[in-house]
Design a protein around this ligand. Sequence first.
Ligand SMILES: [Zn+2]
Length: 52
Amino acid sequence: MATKTPVECPLCRRVLRPARSLEAHLVDDHSKRELAKFVVCENEALTHGDVS
Ligand SMILES: [Zn+2]
């Protein structure tokens, strides 16, 4: 299944070209720390359940 829908990066809100995977973007353009921060924020939001 070839996805043609543009993917938006959840970290920087940049819309990625279809040829580029989100994974490749994350690895190339974001540091481990940025990724960790994002995951922690998501996790806290889930834990506290107060998504505004
Ligand atoms: Zn990004």
